[in-house]
Design a protein around this ligand. Structure first.
Ligand code: NAP
Length: 269
């Protein structure tokens, strides 16, 4: 039995998934890359889609594209760094569309960092955007979900959050923080009707990775990533980690002794 079939058996015991058709979905970081592809995929599966990012005009263009294909979408521009704005966005969505069934905090960024030119502002910025931005979205959306005893959160973290990697201290730490936080709150929320899928992509072809000057193993297109993420949510997967086999290689790397892990990464990077 291959590793892929072990995954397909739901070896980890999947949770109840969500049929996206007709559901009210709030997605951040929708103006580009994975978020843009996810918006198109969610809409094609019948979701009522509320999209957020800072560039309002880009969101409006995406809304027009989705509607032209018969989908339902509305734009709610905002900055995830601003908690009050996120609360206003959620209130506006729930007033004008419907209570949010699924929230996908996806907005984020990547910065290469090297400790030789250490500037803690860089590390704090990435932490504030990737981790803090997700926390702001959760603070905005969770009270309503708890009151309704129903909801689904699928924040986009990264396989880079598994272990330390060269030049990835700021990014990896922010994604590790997300994974740790989400695993922890799942213990509390599962008995309260709120389900969590942690989305951990490997390399995905987007404007963010277009800047990379190195070989990105097993890289996938954003529309493929969006399909995998939607399928994972519909199946209620605890973790939506991809692409195969990169996800399993990095899972194995988590249990390697430090010295062996360090030697392998030194060779490859
Ligand atoms: N691409 C990959 O290989 C990869 C792998 C693993 C995980 N991820 C994660 O996937 C997510 C999306 O990445 P991507 O590759 O699609 O990047 P991207 O193309 O650069 O898109 C980033 C999105 O985040 C939004 N955003 C950035 N700062 C924001 C802010 N302060 N408030 C609201 N929205 C903000 C951007 O919109 P505006 O500029 O309009 O605000 C944009 O829509 C990120 O969390 C990233 O860490 C990506």
């Amino acid at each position: 039995m291959g590793v892929r079939s072990v995954e397909n058996l739901g070896f980890g015991g999947d949770m109840s998934g969500i049929n996206l058709n007709g559901k009210c979905v709030w997605l951040t970081g929708a103006s580009s890359g994975i978020g843009e592809a996810l918006a198109l995929e969610l809409a094609s599966r019948g979701a009522k889609l509320a999209i957020t990012a800072r560039r309002a005009e880009v969101l409006e263009q995406l809304v027009a594209r989705i509607r032209a294909k018969g989908g339902e979408a509305w734009s709610f521009p905002g900055d995830v760094l601003n908690l009050d704005q996120m609360k206003q966005v959620v209130a506006a969505i729930e007033l004008n569309i419907a209570p949010i069934d699924l929230a996908i905090p996806n907005a984020g960024t990547h910065l290469f960092t090297v400790p030789e030119s250490f500037d803690c502002a860089e590390y704090l910025f990435v932490m504030q955007l990737n981790y803090g931005g997700m926390l702001h979205c959760i603070e905005a959306v969770l009270p309503g979900m708890l009151a309704r005893k129903r909801g689904y959160l699928a924040p986009v973290a990264s396989l880079a959050g598994y272990r330390g990697l060269p030049r990835a201290a700021a990014y990896g730490a922010s994604k590790s923080a997300m994974i740790h936080f989400l695993e922890s709150i799942r213990f509390h929320l599962k008995s309260k009707g709120v389900t969590i899928s942690i989305v951990n992509p490997g390399f995905v072809r987007t404007p963010l990775t277009d800047k990379n000057d190195f070989h990105m193993p097993f890289i996938v297109d954003a529309d493929q990533a969006a399909r995998i993420i939607c399928q994972g949510i519909e199946r209620g997967k605890r973790e939506i980690a991809f692409p195969f086999p990169f996800n399993w290689i990095l899972k194995l790397a988590r249990i390697l002794p430090d010295a062996i892990y360090e030697r392998i990464v030194d060779r490859l990077w």
